[in-house]
Design a protein around this ligand. Structure first.
Ligand code: IMP
Length: 178
């Protein structure tokens, strides 16, 4: 990783390497496998930020499962707007199914707090949450993370699917704002 990069008008320093991310995602996948290998769960991927997590997680999962994608947004520039938009919702009938939500990052907790409440109307059997990153000190809305990746400080990050106004998602490593 180089020492510093610029994404749009912000500078970022190296934070978590791609190698360390993959090691942790594999551990998360193994923990999920222990709990779900005979339950044919549905992985619900929260787009757009979790698309890389989903791809790598899928490569480490070796048991029957299904996948669906939802698109939620609550962020503008480097801040939460305080409201959640469902840009597109489930395409599958998840009634009576075991769901595992895959999220890139929990910041205030608003997005997941809102969506997990909303999901109840689809009557799943169970819902658990996996998130690659958790900004614990930023959490305002309580959310339980069943499969946490990394607990990080309350600073803006980009890379590995996470963006700054649509830029930076392609970066393999995670970078922290300076
Ligand atoms: P929350 O609703 O405040 O928990 O925010 C969750 C969403 O905000 C995530 O799914 C991301 O899309 C976005 N987000 C929060 N923090 C960051 C960050 O540091 N970088 C990029 N996106 C972030």
């Amino acid at each position: 990783m180089s020492q510093e990069i610029t994404v749009r008008d912000l500078s970022f320093k190296p934070f978590i390497s791609h190698e360390a991310i993959l090691t942790r995602v594999k551990e998360m996948a193994l923990n999920i496998e222990k709990d779900y290998k005979d339950r044919n769960p549905v992985f619900l991927v929260v787009l757009t930020g979790a698309f890389r997590l989903a791809g790598d997680m899928a490569s480490f999962i070796d048991f029957p499962c299904e996948w669906d994608f939802i698109k939620l947004s609550s962020y503008k520039d480097t801040r939460s707007t305080g409201a959640v938009d469902i840009e597109f919702d489930l395409t599958m009938d998840v009634k009576g199914r075991d769901l595992i939500i895959l999220e890139d990052i929990i910041d205030t907790g608003l997005t997941m707090h809102f969506y997990m409440e909303y999901l109840k109307k689809h009557a799943p059997l169970s819902v658990r949450l996996a998130s690659l990153l958790i900004k614990k000190e930023a959490m305002v809305y309580p959310v339980h993370i069943d499969y946490p990746g990394f607990f990080i400080e309350n600073k803006f990050v980009v890379g590995y699917g996470l963006d700054y106004n649509h830029s930076g998602r392609n970066l393999n490593d995670l970078w922290q704002v300076i």
